[in-house]
Write a protein that binds this ligand. Structure first.
Ligand code: OSB
Ligand code: MG
Length: 368
């Protein structure tokens, strides 16, 4: 397969409602989309980097720079065996996994389309329907949070994730549990705690959470292992899992009992699948995280979630929770039972609404 052209478009999209984590509030996204052309067809990928370097060091802007100046020159015009080779071809570039993933996932879409097969089948997926959960940000009041949870439960979502941070944790979870005693509930701290908070985190055991996600530092594995030894609640790692080796180390040290896989964070579908396989071999379940994606990144997340160790509901939810109008047709839709049914169409399984994308594009670059 030969990649002939990469078109980068940065689009601006306001969120339907703001999203707040322990590191800040987002009201609108600046999303970098990658269109990769080769062998007479096109594939699409999304860069999940945020506008700011608060979740990871990458931003929409650094990703554009890395793709334009390092990734595109390395890949364009080169004969490659397929998308699966891209990860190793980019190995000399340290980190910048989200920039790499934007191009690698687009190449997977292209390759699946060239074979006339849905991406999820092409990568070896099994589930035709994926279970969906939602991630609910920090709200202005606990009342607002309880109302949001009720809305999502009414929509059918199978598990609720709430964001926590010191001061928005024990009391909040106590009220959530009081109102919703039996729901599948989990909490994501996005690295808001330190090992000195271990006693406070231990108190969360009484809420019978499915897991607590990334309580400690984003670069840390050892302290998570120490914390996991003290907690009954399973720890799920998100930010700390940046490649296969780190995932293996986390599992070997007992730093987590569950892994959140985000293809953007690990550099693409190839590495995401390797982590998935390594976790399965150790009996560690995984689920697919979200990064407030447009329909393109969402479609990739759906495809990844069909691999057979994605046994827990992920953060892949309906487009309409994020966008008034999505960039793909049809947008991601969730059944009243809280599931997304996969598409049998080639590639990521939906049409790209190019007219709409062009209308919200604030910057475009064509690399050949
Ligand atoms: O930690 O999973 C996270 C959004 C942006 C950055 C990090 C995270 C999140 C979410 C939202 O939790 C998941 C989604 O609904 O897309
Ligand atoms: Mg997280």
């Amino acid at each position: 397969m030969r990649l002939e052209k990469i078109t980068l478009r940065e689009i601006g999209m306001p969120l339907v409602t703001f999203f707040e984590t322990s590191f800040g509030r987002t009201a609108a996204r600046r999303i970098l989309l990658a269109e990769v052309r080769g062998e007479g067809a096109c594939g699409w990928g999304e860069c999940v980097a945020s506008e700011n370097p608060f979740y990871s060091e990458e931003t929409t802007e650094t990703a554009r720079h890395i793709i334009r100046d390092f990734i595109a020159p390395r890949l364009l015009g080169r004969d490659i065996r397929g998308a699966d080779e891209i990860h190793s071809l980019l190995d000399h570039i340290r980190w910048h996994n989200m920039a790499k993933s934007a191009i690698e996932t687009a190449a997977w879409d292209l390759e699946a389309r060239l074979h006339g097969r849905p991406l999820w089948r092409y990568i070896g997926g099994k589930f035709e329907e994926i279970p969906c959960g939602v991630s609910i940000g920090i709200q202005d009041s606990v009342e607002d949070l309880l109302e949001r949870i009720q809305t999502e439960l009414d929509a059918g979502y199978q598990r609720i994730k709430v964001k926590i941070k010191p001061g928005w944790d024990i009391e909040v979870l106590a009220r959530v549990r009081q109102r919703f005693p039996g729901i599948r509930l989990m909490a994501d701290a996005n690295s808001a705690y330190t090992p000195a908070d271990a006693a406070r985190l231990k108190e969360l055991d009484r809420f019978h959470l499915m897991m607590i996600e990334q309580p400690l530092a984003w670069f840390d594995i050892v302290d998570h292992a120490r914390l996991q030894a003290r907690l009954d609640t399973p720890i799920c790692l998100d930010e700390s899992i940046r490649n296969l080796r780190l995932a293996e180390q986390a599992m070997e040290l007992g730093a987590c009992r569950i892994i959140n896989i985000k293809m953007g964070r690990v550099g693409g579908i190839g590495e995401a699948r390797r982590i998935h396989d390594a976790a399965r071999a150790r009996g560690i379940p995984v689920w697919c995280g979200g990064m407030l994606e447009s329909g393109i990144g969402r479609a990739h997340n759906i495809a990844l979630s069909t691999l057979d160790n994605f046994v827990l509901p992920g953060d892949v939810s309906a487009s309409k929770r994020y966008w008034k109008r999505d960039v793909v047709v049809p947008p991601a839709e969730v059944t009243p039972q809280g599931a997304i049914r996969v598409s049998e169409r080639p590639g990521i399984g939906c049409d790209i609404d190019l007219d709409y994308i062009e209308s919200i594009t604030v910057r475009k670059e064509e690399l050949e």
